[in-house]
Design a protein around this ligand. Structure first.
Ligand SMILES: [Zn+2]
Length: 187
């Protein structure tokens, strides 16, 4: 695994093992998909996650949820956005996950060095000044990652739409060690 400090240098190089050196990054992904599909066997699963768990996490590129949590194909729902924030749309996904696809545990994962820690709600104001329209969404920036995890747990636990709110746990993923640290909801 690389660290963020190496990203600029790596991104400037041709990707190792790439079958083409021209084209866009999306072309590269489509090429990779052809190789993936050539070895793909239909696992014959239905849409219900095997472990009956939904993971809500930040979109951060350094967090590989499946590797970090030992997850296999079909094991869980992964719901990701900037910050791993429990927004109305995350509640929408969790509600569908629980009521239509029978998950019952919720795992929330935020992480060290999150981009949201360097933003404030001024982001929205600056955006409005630039484009002439204020976004309907909040930035959901934060300075205390533990407190942000606790707030996310609280939003899940108090949602009236969810069937299962008894197994909701929150963690901070350390991007330098790969370890999860659980956040006590009562602190
Ligand atoms: Zn993040």
């Amino acid at each position: 695994m690389s660290t963020s400090a190496h990203l600029p240098a790596e991104s400037a190089q041709a990707p190792a093992g790439a079958t083409r050196t021209d084209g866009t990054v999306t072309d590269r992904l489509v090429d990779a998909n052809r190789r993936y599909a050539s070895d793909f066997d239909d696992p014959g699963m239905d849409a219900r996650p095997v472990l009956r768990v939904a993971v809500v996490a930040c979109m951060d590129a350094r967090l590989d949820l499946h590797d970090a949590l030992g997850l296999d194909l079909g094991d869980c729902h992964t719901i990701r956005n900037a910050g791993g924030v429990v927004t109305d749309d995350v509640i929408r996904s969790l509600t569908i996950s629980q009521r239509a696809l029978q998950t019952r545990s919720v795992v929330l994962i935020h992480h060290t060095g999150c981009g949201l820690e360097s933003l404030t709600e001024d982001f929205r104001i600056d955006l409005e000044m630039e484009v002439g329209q204020r976004p309907a969404w909040a930035v959901e920036s934060f300075t205390d990652v533990d407190q942000d995890v606790r707030q996310s747990m609280q939003r899940v636990r108090t949602s009236p739409f969810l069937l299962h709110t008894d197994d909701v746990r929150g963690f901070v993923f350390d991007v330098s060690t790969g370890l999860l640290r659980e956040v006590d909801p009562r602190d």
